[in-house]
Structure formats: structure tokens, C-alpha cells
Design a protein around this ligand. Sequence first.
Ligand SMILES: Cc1cc2nc3c(=O)[nH]c(=O)nc-3n(C[C@H](O)[C@H](O)[C@H](O)COP(=O)(O)OP(=O)(O)OC[C@H]3O[C@@H](n4cnc5c(N)ncnc54)[C@H](O)[C@@H]3O)c2cc1C
Ligand code: SF4
Length: 319
Amino acid sequence: MKPFSYERARTPAEAAAAVAQRPGAKFLAGGTNLLDLMKLEIEAPTHLVDVQDLKLDRIEETPEGGLRIGAFVSNTALAADMRVRRDYAVLSRAIVAGASGQLRNKATTAGNLLQRTRCPYFYDTNQACNKRRPGSGCAAIGGYSRQLAVVGSSDACIATYPGDMAVAMRVLDAQVETVNAAGATRTIPIDVFHRLPGNTPHVENALQPGELITAVTLPRPLGGHHAYQKVRDRASYAFALVSVAAVIQKDGTGRVAIGGVAHKPWRVEAAEAAMPQGSQAVSARLMAGARPTRDNAFKVPLVERTLALVLDEAKEARA
Ligand SMILES: Cc1cc2nc3c(=O)[nH]c(=O)nc-3n(C[C@H](O)[C@H](O)[C@H](O)COP(=O)(O)OP(=O)(O)OC[C@H]3O[C@@H](n4cnc5c(N)ncnc54)[C@H](O)[C@@H]3O)c2cc1C
Ligand code: SF4
């Protein structure tokens, strides 16, 4: 690990200013992703600004009838919150499908949203990787690509976004609240928060340098049946090959987002109009334009079958 300096900020604006003013500085939350990457020297921040004292660890009801989740709320606390379990069960289920109990105790809401890809070539510094070193090429294209993207990818990068929580947040239309070094706040809709790779796969989200996430807000509950199904190579402690987050209403209409297939949680609102026609119709629209590799072509039918399971589950719950 490369040497770095460390400080604990006292306010969100102070934390944002501390990162904005020092080139190469980064925020430190639970550290479960960042420290791993630092040990491998894939990330080498010169300075860490710890956000644990910023009092961003509360879940509060909003005047609009939704929830405001502090950036430092742990994954464990969020999944266990009674309001989340009752009104946003898709989120609770997605979180407990991820990582392990110990990791979820440390992992935070903002840190989880910002976790980096698990593309094997990103982790191997002997390999070309446009995300790790812009312009160096992509060893995954033509390499081993079982875990990698089938939709939304580019000729520069075919990595997937690996997280579970964000897939549920996408289906719930969450919003990400931030503050910058000047103390200015803004709200970023989750659909534009994570980016597709295009020619700049190293630019993974809509945050500006030094911009701190302070909270994630959820709109009023949607009601309906909430489901999260994750298909993976092992029964636990593994990232998704494919995951499906869904909220399905009594009349068969609903929302769906897919994990494990793209550089961001994959939702195509136009595909949801086909929900009452069944999984094949929805999945054909969701996967339109898919460019799978020989190794991961199985993900396209897997999306359809996992979605079929979720729709069947919802039908049984209605019966
Ligand atoms: C073995 C293993 C298995 C895992 N399995 C899964 C899984 O199945 N599903 C899943 O979803 N995840 C999984 N994870 C990932 C885990 O969920 C993430 O490591 C964790 O959520 C990251 O949160 P953190 O608070 O530790 O972030 P950190 O590691 O502290 O930070 C991650 C990034 O976010 C930035 N950051 C943190 N807070 C803020 C903020 N407030 N504003 C702006 N930037 C910020 C940091 O600078 C850093 O770049 C796994 C991890 C491991 C090690
Ligand atoms: S797919 Fe993306 S992350 Fe993986 S090697 Fe290629 S550029 Fe790097």
C-alpha cells in the first residue's frame, strides 16, 4: 500500500472541501472496497478524509412521505429498519443478498453505491484496462468474460456494476443528495447517477471531484409485491450473474431493474408496459441491443427466466 495521510472531517462541507483542495484525496467510509483496492495499488489516494463523524447515520421520514437515508447508514441498519422492511422490501432483500453479515455491518449507503467493478482484469495490474488506466485498452474484450456486461457496453469497456442495493434503488426511483466544497447541495436522480462506459469507462458516476454524498432519498412507498432474486455461482458471498429487482402491483403492472448485466443497474421504463404480457415480452425489450460474448450469452435467457420466477411469485402472492 502506498503511504497516505488521514483526517476526520467534522461537517459535510468541511469533508467536501478537504477532498476538493487536495489532489488525489478520497473519502473513506466503511473502507471495505477502498482499502482492498489500496492494498492492490489499484487506488492510491494521497489523503483520506474519514466521514464517520459527520452524523450522516440516520434514517428519517421526509415531509413527502418517503425516507431519507444518511450516507453513512450501514447496510445492516438499512436492511433491518422496520419502515424499509415494510414499505421498501425490495431494498431490504437486495441488501441482504449482498456480501456477508460482517461486511454489511461496515459497508455504508454511499460506499455501497460507489463500489467499483469486479471485472477480473481491473484487479490485475499486469493487464490492459481502460477503467484503471484510461487509453490502455481492454483485456476483457476477447478475454474471459463470463461475469461481464451484455447490454450498454462499449468498445472501451464491458464491465458490470456489481452491487445489489443500487438495483433496488433504481426500481424505487431513489435520489442521491450531495454537497460540494462551496457548500452547495444538489439532488441527482439514480437513473443518471451511474454512467454507461462509452469512451470514458473510468468516469463511473455523476459526482464532481470532491462532491460528497450526504443522503439517498426514497419517494413515497409504491405498495405492491416486492421481490429481489439474485442468481450467482455460489449460494452466498458472491456477486450476481443476474439479479432482478421488481415491484409488482395487483393488476400485474409494475417496475423492474436488472443487476449483473450492464455498467449500471439496468432499467428500461418502456419495457415495463409489457409486464402484464409476461417475462418474455419484458425481457425482449430489456435486452434489446444486447451484445453478449460467447462466455456470457447465457445471461440473456437467464434474465428472462429469473424474471419469470419473480412474476410467478407475485402472481402466487396475489392469489
Ligand atoms: C468479499 C466481498 C464480497 C462482496 N459482495 C457483495 C455483494 O454480493 N453485493 C454487493 O452489493 N456488494 C458486495 N460487496 C461490496 C461491499 O458491499 C462494498 O465494499 C461496500 O458496500 C462499500 O461500502 P464502504 O462504506 O465500505 O465503502 P468504502 O470502501 O469506504 O468506499 C467506497 C468508495 O466510495 C467513496 N465514498 C464513500 N462514502 C462516500 C460519500 N459519502 N460520498 C462520496 N464518496 C464516498 C470512497 O471514496 C470510495 O471511493 C462485497 C465486498 C467484499 C469485500
Ligand atoms: S471490461 Fe472495463 S474494467 Fe474490465 S478490463 Fe475492460 S476496461 Fe477494464
